[in-house]
Design a protein around this ligand. Structure first.
Ligand SMILES: *Cc1c(COP(=O)(O)O)cnc(C)c1O
Length: 411
């Protein structure tokens, strides 16, 4: 599309920029594992990367490729790889980019499974420094000559700390370090990490982008800002094209083809349909979350509310200057004497469940579920109170939602 359209217009109409069979308005779901060629020489040249085409489903599929294109448009990137899950995309960083002896700097405020993955990485010969990434000075102090990447989340799950995104971006640019931002909690509608210098952007497509809790998926987008000729771990085989393409060439081969966490075409289709309403859902869930956060903060039975949209949030200023709205993730702590399980059981609409970015409001007692395995010490170091309740705010009617949380307190 040569004219510049808005976010939703682009997502709705970009599929039809290439011919679609029978004028189908949705990209067809291609379930074929292999792709045949009449001329065997053409098959060889597709294998050798000399012409575009599909060969075997693990490395690419037309339905998945259409979604990759959509995510690239959303993130304003030059290329995207899709994976079976968000963790598949994050795992591909390790598989595709790191070698024994490398070092990474990661925010200590992390999605629980990413935290666990970095422990694995550390056990396999790379070292990881966890820092409080709400202040870029802590990242600067942790950088080493062998630091290969800096990893942060935009709004950390579940305590909603916002990374010092812009200053960390400037630091990484100055030091030539690859800057990787997990954009899951903001989604490309509320924030584009490219704007603060990210080289790679992660999205769990399972969450807001798919948005309906019916398909798992993950993505990794190259924004085109990182100079891969400065990255020491690119093998000769992936240096055939321009340096801008080296990173994705190696990640597709090592992180996707060899690692094998490929996204299926049916899931890709569900996610692509869900993505059409991303902007509408993010506006509604952000408005609902802000109303709920304000109501809970004013209630004397609530000990703390964590939501970047509240003026009391430590990074409210950064969030306000960078994000279009504050998203659907919030968490809160009840005062002593109110049992968090009893409270959750009194909610009639909000469902005890562990997903995020669903259309329905979901609640979970963090310390007893998703952060149970890491133990009380590490929980305390991450600011996770034992009574912390995480809420993934949905698109319900605002009054119904507020009434549900209020009635459960009153009971
Ligand atoms: C859920 C999530 C992931 C992992 O995504 P899956 O699709 O569940 O594997 C990674 N990062 C963040 C911030 C998440 O919320």
């Amino acid at each position: 599309m040569s004219k510049t359209y808005g976010f939703t217009t682009t997502i709705l109409h970009n599929d039809r920029q290439k011919a679609v069979e029978f004028g189908s308005l949705h990209r067809p779901v291609h379930t074929s594992v292999a792709f045949g060629y009449q001329d065997a020489r053409q098959l060889a040249s597709v294998f050798q990367g000399k012409e575009p085409g599909f060969r075997y489903g693990r490395q690419g599929n037309p339905t998945v490729a259409a979604l990759e294109d959509k995510v690239s448009k959303m993130e304003d990137g030059i290329a995207t790889l899709c994976f079976a899950t968000g963790m598949g995309a994050i795992g591909a960083l390790f598989q595709g980019l790191l070698r024994a002896g490398d070092h990474i700097v990661s925010s200590s405020f992390l999605f629980g499974n990413t935290n666990s993955l970095w422990q694995t990485v550390a056990a396999q010969g790379c070292s990881v420094s966890f820092v409080d990434a709400t202040n870029a000075d802590n990242v600067a102090a942790a950088l080493q000559p062998n630091t290969r990447l800096v990893f942060v989340e935009t709004i950390a799950n579940p305590r909603t700390q916002v990374a010092d995104l812009e200053r960390i971006g400037a630091l990484c640019r100055e030091r030539g370090v690859l800057y990787v931002v997990d954009n899951t909690m903001t989604s490309p509608y509320l924030f584009r990490p490219k704007a603060v210098g990210a080289g790679l952007v992660i999205n769990s497509l399972t969450k807001s982008i798919g948005g309906h809790g019916i398909a798992l998926g993950g993505s990794l987008t190259d924004t085109g800002l990182y100079d891969w000729s400065a990255f020491p771990n690119i093998a000769e085989a992936y240096k055939k094209n321009a340096p801008k393409q080296w990173g994705m060439a190696q990640l597709r081969a090592k992180g996707l083809r060899d690692f094998g966490a490929s996204l299926g075409p049916e899931a890709a289709h569900h996610i692509a349909v869900g993505a059409e309403t991303l902007a509408l859902r993010m506006e509604r869930t952000s408005a609902n979350a802000l109303a709920l956060a304000r109501m809970l903060e004013a209630d004397p039975r609530v000990a703390a509310v964590h939501y970047p949209g509240l003026a009391s949030h430590p990074q409210h200023g950064i969030a306000s200057s960078l994000f279009k709205a504050y998203g659907s993730l919030m968490s809160f702590e009840l005062k002593d004497g109110i049992d968090c399980f009893d409270y959750l059981n009194r909610l009639k609409l909000a469902i005890p469940a562990s997903n995020l970015g669903d259309t329905r409001t979901l609640v979970i007692p963090v310390a007893h579920t998703i952060f149970y395995e890491m133990g009380p010490e590490r929980r305390a170091s991450m600011g996770i109170a034992e009574s912390l309740i995480r809420v993934s705010v949905g698109i319900e009617d605002t009054a119904d939602l507020l009434d549900d949380f209020q009635s459960a307190l009153d009971a």
